[in-house]
Design a binder for this molecule. Structure first.
Ligand code: UDP
Ligand code: MG
Length: 324
C-alpha cells in the first residue's frame, strides 16, 4: 500500500486523545526496555492514547518485537512498516499522517528521551502552547555531536527566523492543528521540529532530561548527519545560495581590478616575463564569473526544488492496527 496522502478524517478514532509517535530503526536491543517504561507512564495519564511506531526499514528483529507488542496491547499500539529506510523524519511524518489524538508527542526509541518526561510536555500543552519543544539541559552525546549541534544551531539562527534552544531534541509535543499543517505541507527533505515551529502560534520550550543511548550506537553516520543538517538549512532558507552568489560577485570584482592593474602595469612598465600573471588575472576573472553563474543557477534550482517536490515520499508495506 502506498501512501502520500493523509488518512481521511472519518478514519480518526474520536476517543483517542494522545498519540505518541516513535521512529524505529534497528532498535531491537532497546525496544523491550522502551515498552516497559513507556506504557506504564501513558497508562498513568488516564487518557485514551495510542503509540504509533514506524519501522523505518530495520534489518534486525525490531519488526518482530513491534508485532509482539501490538499483539499484547492491540488497542493502544499501531505499527507502520516501511519497505526501506527513509530516515527518521520521514518515519515521523508517516505516523503524523495517521495520528488520531488531539495531542501528539514524539520521542526516540533508544530511551535517550525518558518517557517519564512526557507529562511535563503535556502540562505545557494544557497551559495553551501548541508546539512544545524539549531542550536537553545536560546532553548525553559525544563531544563531536555536541559541538556540531552548536555550529548548526548558530547557522540556523543566522539564516532562518526559527528560534529554538535545541532543535535536535526529539522529545516534543504538538497540538492537532500544527500536525495537520505539517501533513498538509507535504514536505520531503525536512526537519520536523523546525517545520512545526513555522506553524506554531504559541511555541514553548521545557527542560527535559537526556540519557545515554540504552544500547547500540547512533544510527547517524557522519554522512547522514551532514545530509540531515543540510535538510534543516535548505528546507527553510535560500541564504546559503545568496551568500554563494555574493562571494562570487566579490571574486569577480576583485579579479577585475587585478586585470586592470596588470593591464596598466603592462602599458606603463612593459610586458612582464612570459605574461603569466596577466594570464592568471584573466583566468581568475573568468572563473569568478563562472562562480557567479553557478550561484545564480543555484538560486533558481533552489526555488524550483521548493515548488516541485512531487514524488512519492515513502512506501508502506504493512500496517498493524486494531480495526475499529
Ligand atoms: N531513526 C530512524 N531512521 C533512521 C535513523 C534513526 O527511524 O534512519 C530513529 C532511531 O531508531 C531513533 C531515532 O530515530 O528512534 C533517533 O536516532 P538515533 O538515536 O540513531 O540518533 P541520535 O540520537 O544519535 O541523534
Ligand atoms: Mg539516539
Amino acid at each position: 500500500m502506498s501512501s502520500t496522502a493523509p488518512e481521511p478524517e472519518a478514519t480518526r478514532r474520536p476517543g483517542v486523545e494522545l498519540s505518541v509517535v516513535i521512529p524505529v530503526y534497528n532498535e531491537e536491543p532497546n525496544l523491550p526496555a522502551l515498552f516497559d517504561r513507556l506504557y506504564p507512564v501513558l497508562d498513568g495519564l488516564g487518557v485514551p492514547y495510542e503509540v504509533i511506531f514506524t519501522n523505518d526499514g530495520s534489518a534486525d528483529r525490531s519488526q518482530e518485537l513491534l508485532a509482539k507488542q501490538h499483539a499484547k496491547r492491540p488497542r493502544e499500539t499501531r505499527v507502520i512498516e516501511f519497505n526501506a529506510n527513509y530516515g527518521q523524519h520521514m518515519a515521523i511524518m508517516a505516523a503524523f499522517e495517521r495520528v488520531r489524538g488531539s495531542v501528539v508527542v514524539t520521542l526516540d526509541a533508544d530511551l535517550q528521551n525518558p518517557p517519564e518526561e512526557i507529562p511535563k510536555l503535556l502540562g505545557a500543552i494544557s497551559a495553551g502552547h501548541d508546539c512544545v519543544g524539549g531542550y536537553r539541559v545536560v546532553r548525553r552525546d559525544s563531544a563531536f555531536r555536541r559541538y556540531a549541534s552548536r555550529l548548526v544551531n548558530s547557522v540556523r539562527r543566522r539564516t532562518t527566523n526559527i528560534e529554538m534552544a535545541d532543535q535536535g531534541c526529539m522529545l516534543r509535543a504538538y497540538s492537532r492543528p500544527v500536525i495537520d499543517a505539517i501533513v498538509r505541507s507535504g514536505a520531503i527533505n525536512t526537519f520536523i521540529p523546525a517545520l512545526a515551529y513555522t506553524f506554531a502560534t504559541h511555541p514553548a520550550e521545557v527542560a527535559v532530561r537526556h540519557e545515554e543511548r540504552n544500547a547500540g550506537a547512533s544510527n547517524y553516520s557522519f554522512y547522514k548527519l551532514v545530509r540531515l543538517n543540510f535538510d534543516l538549512i535548505t528546507a527553510f532558507t535560500l541564504a546559503p545560495l545568496q551568500w554563494f552568489t555574493l562571494i562570487g560577485l566579490g571574486c569577480a570584482v576583485g579579479s577585475f581590478l587585478l586585470v586592470l592593474v596588470l593591464a596598466a602595469r603592462r602599458l606603463i612598465i612593459g610586458p612582464e616575463e612570459g605574461g603569466v600573471f596577466t594570464l592568471f588575472g584573466v583566468l581568475f576573472f573568468l572563473i569568478s564569473v563562472a562562480i557567479v553563474g553557478i550561484g545564480l543557477i543555484g538560486e533558481y534550482v533552489g526555488r524550483t526544488y521548493q515548488v516541485v517536490r512531487q514524488r512519492q515520499r515513502y512506501f508502506v508495506s504493512r500496517i498493524l492496527e486494531a480495526s475499529e
